[in-house]
Design a protein around this ligand. Structure first.
Ligand code: ATP
Ligand code: MG
Length: 774
């Protein structure tokens, strides 16, 4: 048997060997779905299928690269190189480029990223003189995005009274008009946004049967990973392409469908059997990734969801350690705990930083964690957030390059027409934009014809505009003979872009200059790689790569060993020996915005399931009792997901119930709605609920004043400094015995610096440390 087939269990092998026909692999987390897809492709190629005929759609470009490498190790690099593998967006951008003229687009169309789209919508709202508080650009964009992903074109929108009614009720009756203007402007600018890449592909395949036939004939074998998170638009593309040969293999886990908020449709996986009646179904139920405690803990949570397919995930792996739960006083303390724990685990088990991941629900949570990691000199890497290519200086340079390729690109042009400053003000630009809209031409065409049209711009400004146009034209001529790097280098020098940044002189300025240099290096690398691989190394290809870089692809310096920080959404498909899931508090996770309906809550639960199943050996769940959110100190209550995990799989690092010594002196009712217990025991929970139900708004004490009351109460009773003095030997329930070196602060803020035999020096808040003098 081929060695790669030996690395599979029975059902996995059966799925790999099933060559033809529609098939679906429904399987739990870590059960080898991605491995099966990878090996299946390798196997098809071993059996003589041409790489050119295989299409494989992945969640990130990085995942595609990794799969390709793995396949190359079986079939050889020169073969694997021809595989069509990547995200939906990158694959279909490539196809659209070669078929663009069919749709009236130039083949060098620009891809607008989210920032470009938001800017354009903002401009439209302003031009239409709409109330910008009511018409929030991001909100409008997400509405437009949902139309596009459901294949609701502008015309379809205006034919659909329900949709119009909904926008009317939301006090945004002009949504359709904005949609129309946005689509027209993108088209005129020769630009497609992310959703267009899918929508236009659908249009292409629906309107041109010969194009459809061509790609159906090419992609004889189609594979889709993470199928549970495809949206309607993606679903239709896959269906159309697979229609002729029906060699379609999708893999997914309904329990990991987490992009519903962005239009992903879990029904796609649930209905696959209906779409292809002779489908073969494979189930993989053995998890190879995680310890049995982790697998069973995750199962116990996801069991609470009603909508799910029937499957039983088990593992032959050892029980391993229990899932650890940690309660902290604040988000700062939470960060410090995570950093300290990573450090200890590294020391105790001789592990490099890349074995650790910290996952959170929202990007904003990373700050406190980052601070703590930096203090301990632990190197980390953040995925998502502002990516390299979104930084201003980078976008400015990229905009120059975009203009060279596609002079109609409105957003790029607006960015650079007066950057670096050349005396072309906002009023002038407004006039040009109005003229462009009036004549239904691109801004650049207006600039080329300033003398021929009726536009009130004085001659001095006209000269400046003409100089700008001439500069761009010079670049365009150079671009015909120079490679992408040489062109970019020329642009940097001639526009004095770097000079402008250097003038600044601040560390940020220096950093920006370095970033520009880094982009130039990046272009050089890109060219070298592509030429080596015999692929397209043009500036257009580079810009496309940049536009479609997912959050995973955009950061440089992957090679270094670093702790990974990311949102749970981004962690899909990945695995790490140690995983910290932070911020397990009600209203944060599950998110306050996703608790209105059962289905929203179920999506949050799936998100938690995804998070927990990333862990191989050890998982930590942490939550903070107080946290700054939107600039306000808020009280946190333990997430219901903690409550939902079967107790036997958990280990509490902090006591489950408060110790009597803490409560003795304070009026306990002050704390009744404060989450000092790691998990509420059932009777307490019930009592708490009664209390909450009884309480009306007038008796609800705001958290800050409640804290103040507590602090007054405690200082009166001198609770926190009753016994401990410098030099005392004390016992801590986790760190063991230590010696008190110093004391500082008062009342509830009183801290002791203690040297522990186990973990060294630590500063502990006495209120929570629960020390016993020995
Ligand atoms: P997810 O749902 O998170 O995407 P998955 O189902 O795609 O997970 P994989 O990532 O393919 O799972 O596999 C999980 C881990 O188990 C990987 O480290 C993989 O190499 C390993 N694995 C899968 N199948 C086997 C097997 N038969 N023998 C040994 N290891 C395996
Ligand atoms: Mg996977």
């Amino acid at each position: 048997m081929n060695t790669y087939l030996e690395q599979l269990n029975e059902p996995q092998r059966a799925a790999v060997l099933q060559k033809e026909g529609p098939m679906i692999i429904i399987a739990g987390a870590g059960s080898g779905k991605t491995r099966v897809l990878t090996y299946r492709i390798a196997h098809l190629m071993q059996e003589g299928v041409d790489a050119f005929n295989i299409l494989s759609l992945t969640f990130t470009n990085k995942a595609a690269r990794e799969m390709k490498e793995r396949i190359a190790s079986v079939v050889g690099y020169s073969e694997a190189k021809n595989l069509w593998m990547g995200t939906f967006h990158s694959i279909f951008a490539r196809i659209l480029r070669s078929e663009a003229d069919r749709l009236g687009y130039p083949s060098n169309f620009t891809i607008y990223d989210t920032q470009d789209s938001v800017r354009l919508i903002t401009a439209i709202i302003k031009e239409m003189q709409l109330d910008k508080d009511r018409y929030k650009p991001k909100q409008i964009l997400s509405r437009i995005s949902s139309f596009k992903n459901s294949l609701i074109t502008v015309r379809a929108y205006f034919n659909n009274s329900d949709l119009q009614q909904a926008d009317l009720e939301a006090s945004r009756p002009k949504t359709g008009d904005i949609y129309k203007e946005y689509v027209d402007r993108c088209f005129k600018a020769g630009a497609m946004d992310f959703d267009d890449l899918l929508l236009r592909t659908n249009e292409l395949l629906a309107r041109f049967p010969d194009v459809l036939a061509k790609y159906q004939d090419r992609f004889r074998y189609i594979m889709v990973d993470e199928y549970q998170d495809t949206n309607h638009s993606q679903y239709l593309i896959v269906r159309a392409l697979a229609d002729r040969f029906q060699n379609i293999c999708v893999v997914g886990d309904d329990s990991q469908s987490i992009y519903g908020f962005r239009g992903a449709n879990i029904q796609n996986i649930l209905n696959f059997q209906k779409d292809y009646p002779d489908v073969k179904t494979f189930k993989l139920e053995q998890n190879y990734r995680s310890s049995s405690n982790i697998v069973r803990a995750a199962n116990s949570v996801i069991d609470k969801n009603k909508t799910k397919l029937d499957k039983e995930i088990w593992t032959a792996n050892d029980a391993g350690e229990q899932v650890k739960v940690m309660r902290t006083i604040s988000e700062g303390e939470e960060g410090r705990f995570v950093a300290q724990s990573i450090w200890e685990n590294q020391m105790n088990h001789q592990l490099t930083s890349d074995k650790f991941a910290i996952l959170y629900r929202t990007n904003a949570q990373s700050r406190a964690i980052e601070d703590a990691l930096r203090k301990k000199d632990i190197k980390y890497k953040i995925y998502g957030g502002i990516s390299f290519y979104q930084r201003k200086e980078i976008k400015d340079l990229l905009s120059y390059l975009r203009i060279l390729i596609n002079p109609s690109d409105e957003e790029a042009l607006k960015r650079i027409i007066n950057y670096p400053a050349r005396g072309i003000g906002a009023t002038t630009l407004d006039k040009v934009v109005i003229a462009a809209n009036h004549y239904k031409k691109s801004i650049f065409e207006i600039l080329l014809n300033l003398d021929k049209i009726d536009i009130k711009i004085n001659s001095g400004t006209k000269t400046k505009l003409e100089n700008f146009v001439r500069m761009i034209q010079r670049f365009q001529i150079e671009a015909q003979t120079k490679n992408a790097f040489e062109v970019a280098d020329l642009v940097v020098k001639q526009t004095q872009l770097v000079k402008d940044l250097q003038k600044d002189g601040t560390p940020e300025g220096v950093n920006k200059v370095e970033n520009v240099q880094e982009l130039l290096n990046g272009i050089k690398d890109f060219i070298t790689d592509k030429i080596e691989e015999g692929l397209d190394a043009s500036l257009t290809a580079f810009l496309e790569d940049v536009a479609l870089a997912t959050d995973f692809d955009s950061e440089k310096g992957d090679d270094e060993q670093r702790v990974s920080l990311m949102t749970i959404h981004l962690s899909k498909g990945l695995e790490y020996p140690y995983v910290y899931i932070v911020g397990l508090e009600e209203n944060l996770f599950p998110s306050a915005m996703s608790m209105n309906t059962r289905s929203e809550l179920e999506e949050e639960r799936r998100l938690f399931y995804v998070a927990l199943t990333r862990a191989e050996s050890v998982a930590y769940l942490t939550y903070a009792q107080t946290r700054y959110r939107w600039g306000k100190l808020t009280d946190g209550e333990p997430s219901r997901f903690l409550e939902e995990i079967d107790d036997q799989f958990l280990e509490y690092l902090t006591p489950k119930t408060p110790e009597p010594s803490v409560n003795r002196f304070i009026d306990a009712s002050l704390f009744d709605d404060s989450p000092k217990n790691i998990r509420f025991q059932k009777p307490i929970q019930k009592k708490r609920k009664e209390f909450m139900d009884k309480k009306d708004k007038s008796t609800l004490i705001p958290s800050k004043s409640r804290l103040k009351k507590v602090s007054e109460a405690s200082s009166k009773t001198n609770l926190f400094d009753s016994e401990i003095t410098v030099g005392n030997l004390v016992e801590h329930n986790r760190f063991g015995t230590g010696k008190v070196l110093a004391l500082e602060g008062k009342g509830p803020n009183k801290k002791a610096e203690i040297e522990f035999g186990t973990v060294g020096k630590k500063k502990l808040l006495l209120q929570f440390a629960k020390l016993k003098v020995i």
